[in-house]
Write a protein that binds this ligand. Structure first.
Ligand code: HDD
Length: 712
């Protein structure tokens, strides 16, 4: 029902466009690909009842051949992903800074398709891997497609695209045995990183809780590079792109992440899908940091260096619009798998800078689509085609769909009346921003790219104590998996340049001499003829000591939309109370699920039947944000006989989740290990839904000192 409701969303010209290619077999007769009706789709044509299949059986051959060819190569990176349709809405007319038409008018809506992804894992891997998340948005604007192909972290591992294949080879499962899956590789990844100091800022982000988001709708997005906005007068601003989630930024703990990977590898995908089906549409605000051309060199870092952020304290984010995702795809392969993003798909008003990582990306994305989607006509695939008309002289190629009429396929021509015409700038023609470029043809890196530690330090030192502790634990975990001692030592050495206390804590966990601090060189990435000393990092200091916005906790968002609450119940539970909580939670956009000893139905104290969503055997506390044990002594007594119910509560407590216990439900609570604490923080007894809801909005109760003492 809800799914149907979603399809009635306000006009979306891209969805109308997709409907031209949509097929629905319900109520229809089966036919083969030639349109011939199929009489028997089950039995092949054989010579005699027990004889061999005949080559003549075109029904069998067609069915089998199509099946044999139904896979395409998965993306070399970002293979695992999920997408959704929606719209972008401009908050105003921003033509002063950009001539991009999707930002030209208050309330103007532009259809979008957004795909989120993990980077390292294969297509069938788990959502909760510690990893960067891709955040790619295709805007189907009225001036053609614009792709903002970003990540949920604002910096990158390397400064130059030339090293991307090395980075990816190092991070993907190791060459000989393809271990490990859905994680960054152990020895190879850290071997590479420990020789690559420019990655240290990104490493801080990846080792932070940003790499294990609670939900895709609770993470920020970033364009990473500095781009340009250009207005109709040809004036340019440097710009950094941001997506700010309405639900705030929240993560799970690493222990939960590992357990979720087993319990529900589709955790994020399911969460996104269900939020949209339930009408709780994920939403982000879109903002930019703008820097005037004249200020290009006023920072203590290079704006072209993709391992640097512009701290929001230096340049605040100006909010320009919002994106709402309100419709799930009809077909995963046709839409989410075949969608082809490219940072080079820009519209008038948006342009590039000379960031060497961006420049390399501008080559790589078309190249990869050619192998992945099988040829140069991938832009004709419905999910990729623009909603604006396409007229040019490109012809042929595998799977060409367009039937171009007329004799001419060249320009200039007279035979076709000179058509198709070029567009003047005033008529929407794309004109590249004019930038003066001068210099020798060299392979070198600017000295302004040599500060590798100041922002890594800024990031670490801007985190709350809890977040710093998580970074330490993440590094201990990841480096603890590295077999070669010299790599671990090199990494600890590198960390000493970020923050000595961090390095010491990690060293302690790894059993390494904590005062180990290497002398230069740290950097091993320079030309064969160069003097290594010329390529070593400078020990620069950031102009600010802390940037509050770098902590996840600085953006809690409002309310509890999208949260999942477990209600532990069995026969004899107070049905009225369950309903009261369920209604209150639903009103706030949260989901609640009844979890019981068995599937099916339970009977409340008043005799009413209550539908069970999950039996304890099929779910786990790690899949929920908070737990309610409603009133009902009989229910609690039955539940406490099952150790999984007790563990459910203890584990939720260990993971800093809020718990509400009412009336007779305290009998179950009393059986937990956590109840040994007579004043447990974040556990509410008989306080009603209001307090519980306000607490869940805080996400976790990090002040609970004894949480990790719970032995589950
Ligand atoms: Fe990339 C996919 C984001 C650097 C080459 N990239 C890909 C996707 C995202 C990003 C979100 C998945 C798009 C989708 O959902 O289909 N990539 C980034 C960001 C980067 C970055 C934010 C740094 C700022 N990427 C980067 C470099 C190169 C590539 C330096 C190569 C020079 N990326 C690719 C690719 C992929 C890709 C190999 C794989 C599948 C695809 O393009 O369509 O071409």
């Amino acid at each position: 029902m809800d799914a149907e409701k979603n399809k009635e969303k306000p006009e979306n010209s891209k969805i109308d466009d997709l409907y031209m290619n949509t097929e629905d077999g319900s109520g229809e007769v089966m036919s083969n690909n030639q349109g011939v009706r199929v009489n028997d789709d089950h039995n092949s044509l054989t010579a005699g009842e027990r004889g061999p299949t005949l080559l003549e059986d075109f029904q069998f051959r067609e069915k089998m051949t199509h099946f044999d060819h139904e896979r395409i190569p998965e993306r070399i990176v970002h293979a695992r992903g999920e997408g959704a349709h929606g719209f972008f809405e401009s908050y105003g007319d921003f033509s002063e800074i950009t001539r991009a038409s999707f930002l030209s008018e208050k309330g103007k809506r532009t259809p979008v398709f957004t795909r989120f992804s993990t980077v390292a894992g294969f297509k069938g891997s788990t959502d909760l891997a510690r990893d960067v998340r891709g955040f790619a948005v295709k805007f189907y604007t009225d001036e053609g497609n614009y792709d903002l192909v970003g990540n949920n972290m604002p910096v990158f591992f390397i400064q130059d695209a030339m090293k991307f294949p090395d980075l990816v080879h190092a991070v993907k499962p190791e060459q000989d045995n393809e271990i490990p899956q859905a994680a960054s590789a152990h020895d190879t990844f850290w071997d590479f990183i420990s020789l690559m100091p420019e990655s240290m800022h990104m490493i801080m982000w990846v080792m932070s809780d940003r790499a294990i988001p609670r939900s895709l709708s609770m993470m920020e997005g970033f364009g990473v590079h500095t781009f340009r906005f250009v207005n109709s007068k040809g004036e340019s601003h440097f710009v950094k792109f941001h997506w700010k989630p309405k639900l705030g930024t929240h993560s799970v703990t690493w222990e939960e992440a590992q357990k979720i990977s087993g319990q529900d590898p589709d955790f994020h995908r399911r969460d996104l899908w269900e939020a949209i089906e339930n009408g709780n549409f994920p939403e982000w605000e879109f903002g930019v940091q703008l820097v005037e051309e004249k200020d290009e060199h006023k920072f203590d870092f290079d704006l072209l260096d993709p391992t640097k952020i512009i701290p929001e304290e230096l340049v605040p984010v100006k909010i320009l619009g919002r994106m709402v995702l309100n419709r799930n795809p009809d077909n995963f392969f046709a839409e989410t798998e075949q969608v082809a993003f490219h940072p080079g798909h820009v519209v008038p008003g948006i342009d590039f800078t000379n960031d060497p990582l961006l420049q390399g990306r501008l080559f790589s994305y078309t190249d990869t689509q050619l192998i992945r989607l099988g040829g140069p006509n991938f832009a004709e695939i419905p999910i990729n085609r623009p909603i604006t008309p396409v007229h040019n002289n490109q012809r042929g190629g595998y799977m060409r769909q367009t039937i171009n009429r007329g004799k001419g396929s060249y320009s200039p021509n007279q035979i076709s009346g000179g058509c198709p015409f070029q567009a003047k700038m005033a008529d929407g023609g794309f004109v590249s921003h004019q930038e003066k470029v001068e210099g020798y043809k060299i392979r070198n890196r600017s000295k302004s790219f040599m500060d590798h530690f100041s922002q890594a330090k800024l990031f670490y030192e801007s985190q709350t104590e809890v977040e710093q502790d998580h970074i330490v634990k993440a590094l201990r975990f990841e480096l603890g998996k590295v077999g070669r001692e010299e790599i671990r030592e090199r990494m600890v050495g590198m960390l000493t340049y970020v923050n000595e206390s961090l390095a010491k804590k990690v060293a302690l966990g790894l059993g390494i001499n904590p005062i180990f601090k290497p002398d230069m060189p740290l950097n091993h990435s320079f030309p064969a003829d160069a003097n290594p000393a010329d390529y070593q990092p400078t020990e620069a200091k950031s102009s600010i000591e802390k940037s509050e916005k770098l902590s996840l906790m600085a953006s809690p968002g409002k309310g509890i939309q999208g949260r999942s609450i477990a209600i532990l119940a069995n026969d004899g539970v107070d049905g009225g109370q369950v309903e009261l909580y369920q209604d209150a939670l639903k009103n706030e956009g949260a989901n609640s699920k009844i979890i019981s000893l068995h599937s099916g139905w339970i009977t409340g104290a008043e005799g009413a039947k209550i539908k069970v969503d999950h039996s304890l055997a099929t779910t786990s506390s790690v899949l929920f944000d908070a737990v309610l044990v409603p009133d009902g002594l009989q229910s609690a007594e039955a539940l406490k006989e099952d150790s999984t119910a007790i563990r459910f509560l203890d584990e939720a407590y260990r993971h800093y989740k809020f718990i509400a216990v009412n009336g007779g439900g305290s009998d179950l609570w009393a059986s937990t290990y956590a109840s040994k604490n007579s004043d447990p923080k974040g556990v509410f007894f008989d306080e009603g839904p209001g307090t519980f809801i306000d607490a869940i909005a805080k996400h976790r109760i990090w002040e609970r000192e004894d949480a990790e003492k719970i032995p589950v």
